[in-house]
Design a protein around this ligand. Structure first.
Ligand SMILES: [Zn+2]
Length: 266
């Protein structure tokens, strides 16, 4: 037997168990199927987040805009000249481009909400709504796509995972870059150009290796069937950066065929 999860259930848990208030600004990563049955589906989750947090940001990434050039910088975890099929299917980035399915339906639903703002990075845009949304999104530049994470960290913000694991915890990439791990250059179609975009993070398939180590700084609850957890960005980033400096191969995946991780292995 399954009970339906309602907006009210989600709001109550977010407030009472995870401590969300109107002063809390966060980045959320949400898997809708993880809850079980949600009455009102993705809209119900968006409504609950907006009702409880001060500012809610989510990834609105558009990997579908990427193209692969014939040549480019070395050690870039890309096979130049192999993009014929991908390049033909690539889509131009527009402010209303749909979020890539990997970011999930809740992110796409937040994007579609009338009160939501979006940054303009052609691959790694974010959507946000709330009192700090404008400043938060304005911090992102082509050179520094992870700046909104740093902005949240500097303003006491949090990461909220709802039914997702650490592989979705995009903020860990900021700790990687601070610890000196290489990022990559990628290319995306925009209305009048192919833009070259630096500092794009790599594979996150190995990120669950940190999960158990974060237990003491994490607050956990269950909403429906979804494990939900919140963690301070300041603590998360400081710990992860330090950990990566001690073990430079920490958080890389172990797939022999992963160009991204094998390129960055020490
Ligand atoms: Zn990998």
């Amino acid at each position: 037997m399954t009970n339906k999860v309602t907006t009210h259930d989600i709001e109550t848990q977010l407030r009472d168990e995870l401590g969300l208030t109107g002063n809390v600004n966060l980045i959320a990563h949400v898997s809708l199927p993880a809850f079980g049955v949600v009455e009102g589906e993705a809209k119900a989750v968006v409504a609950a987040l907006l009702a409880t947090a001060g500012t809610v940001m989510m990834p609105a990434f558009t990997y579908q805009t990427q193209v692969i050039p014939q040549v480019g910088p070395p050690d870039n975890a890309i096979l130049y000249g192999t993009g014929d099929r991908i390049n033909r299917k690539a889509e131009i980035f527009r402010p209303d481009s749909p979020v890539h399915p990997d970011c999930g339906l809740v992110s796409e639903t937040l994007r579609r909400d009338a009160g939501t703002l979006r940054s303009t990075h052609p691959i790694l845009s974010f959507v946000a709504q709330g009192s700090q949304a404008n400043k938060l999104l304005a911090s992102q530049t082509r050179q520094n796509p992870l700046a909104p994470i740093a902005w949240l960290e500097a303003h006491g913000g949090f990461v909220l995972l709802m039914g997702t694991d650490q592989r979705e915890n995009f903020s860990l990439h900021l700790a990687e870059q601070r610890a000196g791990r290489k990022a990559f250059t990628r290319w995306a179609l925009t209305l009048d150009d192919i833009e070259e975009l630096p500092n794009i993070p790599g594979c996150s398939e190995g990120f669950n290796a940190i999960w158990m180590e974060l237990v003491e700084m994490t607050t956990v609850t269950h909403i429906g069937m979804a494990r939900c957890e919140i963690i301070s960005l300041k603590q998360l980033l400081a710990y992860t950066e330090e950990r990566l400096r001690i073990d430079p191969n920490f958080l890389l995946c172990d797939k022999p065929s992963c160009l991204s991780c094998r390129t960055r292995e020490m």
